[in-house]
Ligand binder design. Structure first.
Ligand SMILES: *[C@@H]1O[C@H](CO)[C@@H](O)[C@H](O)[C@H]1NC(C)=O
Ligand SMILES: *[C@@H]1O[C@H](CO)[C@@H](O)[C@H](O)[C@H]1NC(C)=O
Ligand SMILES: *[C@@H]1O[C@H](CO)[C@@H](O)[C@H](O)[C@H]1NC(C)=O
Ligand SMILES: *[C@@H]1O[C@H](CO)[C@@H](O)[C@H](O)[C@H]1NC(C)=O
Ligand SMILES: *[C@@H]1O[C@H](CO)[C@@H](O)[C@H](O)[C@H]1NC(C)=O
Length: 587
């Protein structure tokens, strides 16, 4: 589905604060990451030992398919983190050097934009026509964990693709579980091996298979159960192997749900989801003499996808709930891309293997997919602003999977198994449709500053972002008027049913000159939605039309504090469907 990288005349630069010119220079992408010290990349314990070069090469090759070997912005050898002022300086420098797309697989704790150097730097970038896409973070499925949420940034969630690496775990009681594994060997199956776990495997956190916790006498020749947490997933494999274990079952906790990472373990191993983990632990509690085997089924394509990754950080935004975040989802689980041969695939020193490609997961892997697509759109529409490109990608995203169902969430909550806009924003990126979106919602730098005024930032705070003296206009502004391609509406739960918000939007015709659009609204539970006008008739390209959307609380039961409900507003005209999600939250 994604275009291949060879289609794109891209330039990739991954050096500190500068961009390197390579051959065919038309669109410049700068990719930046720092996987060592920033929370964004610590979603999984694996990253404690992460080599920045590996991460940088991987994400860079995803964005542009062309790698500057071993070079990684902020991938400094000693692993010292860079101060946020360095990031700001590096982004400013990249903008000055004339890059077109900034791809940032890094992030920090959510903070107000005027104290967030990524937001400040990104604002400078977009005013110079430079698009900035950033990873949403790997702190899901906990709500309000999304980072990099300034409205001028494209915030990218991570989802599964239709490729899996399945493994079958068969127990002596006849039960079969489906897991995931990258283990490959001549033999595609282990023998039936006795299962050991926790007290039957060792002591002192043996359930997590931390170094030193497993007793070789208990573990030798056994299939060891290890829970996720504390140390990295691949290190657990090492610990089991060192203690003489013959295989490992890596168990998800409930919060990790049915997320199935495929890891390049050093021994026969499979990852199992939370429900399988619970069942197997239950059988062990019965005291039965249980054995199990793992069968490795290789690579399979065509499974149900996309599915939003449980680890992908969620909205609503903690510092600014007036825009839906994340904005979009892109492939970010078990992604195959280039890897420096000097870094072992597990990133463990004791791993002596060398590979040219590796499979890893994270919103850090999703962000460069998106950046590559931006470069593609930018090469077709050279005059589009970052906001117009962002709109094109968001309004053309799809929300159904390859089985025709709504895109689901790997974290199955009690309320829904489908992904909401707080997991995937407008949906999954659709590169072909994004290059011909029909209508765009454009936003100027001044519009964003007005927006900051509308969320009550002081002149001094807005000045920090604008990087010039700025005074908010005296006219009253409301956050809903930012010409964003999605709708976030915040009701006061205490005033159920009493409030009405009217949002204004302006669309620009970039599709067919003469075209009539009609609005379709799928209203969120608990509110009334009306659109005026309901028909937009365009006579020329670049013509702009304005409409208003009224959201009225209907006093229904869903008005408890912290509850959200979702819907959409779609303009349908000719071959175009220009879709915006609606998220209503009672606070
Ligand atoms: C495993 O390998 C054997 C022989 O190499 C083959 O017959 C069998 O079909 C394989 N099983 C699976 C599940 O791939
Ligand atoms: C485990 O601990 C031992 C001794 O402290 C050390 O030599 C070894 O490298 C550690 N293994 C891992 C995988 O960290
Ligand atoms: C469990 O299995 C082991 C190895 O097969 C055997 O030696 C032991 O007697 C069994 N224990 C019980 C309680 O069945
Ligand atoms: C901004 O302040 C005004 C006046 O205190 C208040 O009515 C409004 O709700 C505030 N807006 C936001 C977005 O906090
Ligand atoms: C902003 O205003 C202050 C005080 O009026 C002035 O000293 C300063 O030079 C101005 N800065 C810019 C960037 O215009």
């Amino acid at each position: 589905m994604l275009p291949t990288s060879t289609m794109w005349p891209l330039l990739l630069a991954v050096m500190f604060g500068t961009s390197i010119a390579l051959a065919d220079r038309r669109t410049y992408i700068v990719h930046m990451d720092d996987s060592k010290n920033i929370k964004l990349n610590s979603f999984d314990e694996m990253t404690q030992n992460r080599d920045s070069n590996g991460h940088g090469t991987h994400t860079a090759s995803t964005a542009a398919g062309s790698v500057v070997p071993g070079a990684s912005l902020f991938g400094m050898a000693n692993g010292a983190g860079c101060a946020s002022s360095d990031i700001l300086a590096a982004i400013d420098q990249a903008v000055a050097d004339g890059v077109d797309v900034l791809s940032l697989s890094l992030g920090g704790i959510p903070r107000p934009y005027y104290r967030d150097s990524m937001a400040i730097a990104a604002f400078g970038a977009i005013q110079n026509g430079v698009f900035m896409s950033c990873s949403a973070g790997n702190s899901g499925p906990t709500p309000s964990t999304v980072g990099n949420m300034a409205p001028w940034i494209m915030t990218v969630a991570a989802s599964y693709i239709d490729r899996t690496f399945p493994a079958k775990v068969k127990l002596s009681n006849g039960k079969i579980f489906k897991g995931s594994s990258l283990y490959s060997a001549k033999k595609n199956s282990t023998k039936q091996l006795p299962l050991v776990y926790k007290d039957t495997a060792g002591s002192n956190r043996a359930e997590f298979c931390v170094n030193g916790s497993l007793s070789p006498s208990l573990v030798k020749g056994k299939l060891v159960l290890c829970e996720r947490g504390i140390n990295s997933r691949t290190e657990k494999g090492f610990v089991v192997k060192s203690a003489g274990g013959a295989g490992m079952l890596l168990l998800n906790s409930p919060s990790e749900g049915e997320e199935l990472f495929a890891d390049p373990h050093v021994l026969p191993a499979a990852t199992l989801g939370a429900s399988a983990a619970k069942a197997i632990k239950g059988y062990l509690m019965l005291g039965k003499n249980l054995t199990g085997s793992i069968t490795f089924l290789g690579t399979q394509y065509g499974v149900r996808a996309p599915v939003v990754a449980a680890f992908s950080s969620r909205g609503p935004s903690m510092v600014d709930p007036y825009v839906i975040k994340p904005d979009i989802t892109a492939p970010g689980v078990n992604i195959l891309a280039a890897w420096p041969p000097i870094t072992p695939p597990t990133e463990l020193k004791s791993d002596k293997r060398s590979v040219l490609f590796n499979i890893i997961s994270g919103t850090s892997m999703a962000c460069p997919h998106l950046s590559g697509i931006v470069a593609l759109i930018k090469s077709v529409h050279k005059d589009w602003s970052p906001a117009a490109i962002k709109s094109a990608i968001m309004t053309s995203a799809y929300t159904h999977d390859n089985r025709g169902h709504m895109i689901s969430d790997a974290f199955v909550s009690s309320s829904t198994k489908f992904a909401t806009p707080f997991a995937f924003g407008s949906g999954h990126v659709h590169p072909e449709a994004a290059s011909d979106p029909g209508l765009v919602y454009d936003i100027t730098g001044e519009d964003y500053l007005h927006y900051l005024c509308s969320i009550n930032y002081t002149n001094a705070q807005v000045t920090l972002l604008a990087r010039r003296n700025y005074s908010c206009p005296s006219s009253s502004l409301q956050p809903g008027d930012l010409n964003y391609p999605s709708f976030a509406v915040i009701f006061d739960a205490a005033k159920r049913g009493k409030t009405t918000f009217t949002y204004k939007r302006t669309v620009t015709n970039v599709g067919t000159a003469k075209v009539t659009y009609r609005v379709l609204v799928q209203k969120p539970k608990g509110v009334k939605v009306s659109v005026e006008p309901k028909v937009l008739e365009f006579k020329a390209l670049d013509e702009k039309k304005t409409y208003k959307v009224k959201f009225s609380g209907s006093g229904s039961k869903v008005t408890a504090r912290g509850v959200s409900s979702f819907g959409s507003l779609v303009w349908v005209g000719g071959k175009y469907r220009v879709r915006s999600p609606i998220a209503v939250t009672w606070q």
